[in-house]
Design a protein around this ligand. Sequence first.
Ligand code: IVH
Length: 738
Amino acid sequence: MTGLPHERAAVLRRVLNEHSYRYYVLHDPVVSDGEYDLLFRELRALEAAHPELVTADSPTQRAGSDLTQGFPKAPHPKPVLSLANAFSTADLQDWERRNRRMVPEGSFVYVVEPKLDGLTIVLRYEDGVLVQAATRGDGSVGDVVTANARTIQSIPLRIPISGAQAAPPVLVVRGEILFTKEAFAALNEARRNSGEPAYINARNTASGSLKQKDARMTAQRDLSAYCYDILYMEGLSLDSRMSQHALLQSLGFVTPPQVQRCDDMEAVAARIAWWAQQRPELPYEIDGVVIKVENLGLESMLGVVGKDPRAAIAYKYPSEKATTRLLRVEPRVGRTGRITPTAHLEPVFVGGVTVTHATLHNYDIIQSMDLRLEDTVLLKRSGDVIPYIIGPVVTARTGKETPVVPPDVCPSSGDTLIRGAETVDLVCPNARCPERIFRSVTFFASRGGMNIDGLGPQTLKLLIAEGLIAGEADLFTLTAEQLLPLEGLGEKKTAQLLAAIEETKGRPLAQIVASLGISGLGETMAKLIVQAIPAVAALADMAQAVRAAETEAEALVPGLKGAFVDLALKSALSPNPGKRIGRLLKARYEAAADQHDSLQRLFGQANEAIRPLISIDGVGPSLVQTIIEWLSDSNNLAMLEKMRAAGLRLSEEVRAPAQVTLAGLTFVLTGKLPALSRGDARQLIEAHGGRVTSSVSRRTSYLVAGEGAGTKAKKAAALGVPVLDEAALRALMAGKDS
Ligand code: IVH
């Protein structure tokens, strides 16, 4: 320990609060859980020895907070506690001893569960309907993420899912949101294929995915939920952990698997060893096990210390870290030209696998870590698919280490690298860079893209090296004469490949669009866009119209160009564009006041052009920007033209116009409707142009109420929001149709 106790405590408080902020708010921790725990324990020990050092802002006085600006907040019905940690059986024995001292007559039987490595979610059900989902926040108030949570398939929207167990009138359940290993790997595979950097940490990614402003982004992430605790319940009471699990299961929740009752600490220890063995094979990441006192009466007698219940403890496995040597750093070129430094490591066994590579994100990070070649590095792999380098072990340096020098030229094309606008990334600017072509065609042809069979990496590399293809569209003009002479192709393979390519010409437009690799435009979004705008040409016209208006605007107000689309979009989103533009321009371009009218006309034009796209539910300003940029790139337009000429269908027949009888109306659903499930009702409303939100406010047009409607009906009555039953809803949808 360094310094006087009060000095050390102050340092620990500051450091821990900083780490907690990085972890919960920025989702960007710089230390491992183990390191954090070590510091935390040091502070707690210090405070135990010198109680006068405990301050209100000490991290021991609260669980870390995940509250994020911009989300509505909701209080929890009871504190959402965290857990104290144990790292050894000795810690567990101490824990039991302390508890026995408090309640000598208690029956210390335990329940042992996997400690799932995700983030807490608090789900509130009223009359069986999911009415609110919130993060833990600071333990007493959480961020409301209901719409996002609804997109997670394993969270029941209504309970019971089936069976005879009636739902209690109010039930608040606590669970864990996480990626299964498979889902996380699939997400990263898709990102890599589209030239985006893979995510490193599954838990932080789960947290980021849940805290999206747009629920459709969450929907694209394959998150899972496991529920393990009843935080609050009305109308029913239970006396044991096992009966809680049973109730949760019978209502339709997914609960942690393999929960076991253990009669004593010995059985607990055996179970911990069992889980440690299972760990590499499990479909999800665990970072330990949770040991809970089985009897809930005993739990309440034991009470709470700080923010931890005495009746439960987390046994944490040592985090999976190892040291190894950094051999070299290889710049890898992505589809978009971005260079990612990749660390080549001396093979090391960590977290059940042999690791030879790790990503380093960008060269600035390497510099800020002062990472050098031949350094001994600390590596972590826990809850993560891709291992990452925490930093160099400076004390192990021998003096032979050499700096990592960022490349000047692209390792594939030899072009001079440039720094990407507004990023720290190095970028290869050459669209014909062989590696860039390889990556983008690989994505295009992959199973998540156009799904072209028989176009393996070797064949593709050969085609690029021979100059037969310089982009996706060239695939469609390949001929047998070109392919036959190539090594390893032969008649059969050539015929198969050509047939596979030919077959893709019938692919639906949404699949083609999703295969183009436009950042943020995956399958779900492509379907939505194509449904509303069923022709690529219409999208390209839109981009052109926006660009034309932009050029004119730039002539009026030099320097406006960069902000034009942004401003146009902002005004497109505003109910009163005129005023809004005026304000924005005044703030940003004083001199433009006299050109106000001309600019307003140009923004109006851009607006008009963008409207079909921006009014698609789920399409946000940044996606519109990306699409416009992509479609104004002449290389991309030429590629589309080639595809069209080769016979790909870049437009779809226009379907019967959607019936938009509910356009502009906002609905809230409550209670059980006679014939429609909640999901069906929502879909129907949306198909008719209406919107469904989760809580009643003055802006709600109608409350659609079924059997068992509760608080929402009261609120609607109080606010004067009209209430519809299912029949009235149907009439509203149909009535204006005719
Ligand atoms: S019980 C009083 N059970 O671990 C109940 N927590 O380190 C306290 N966690 O914040 C929580 N799996 O997010 C419990 N089977 C499990 C768990 C679990 C994961 C998380 C939870 C909690 C954290 C504490």
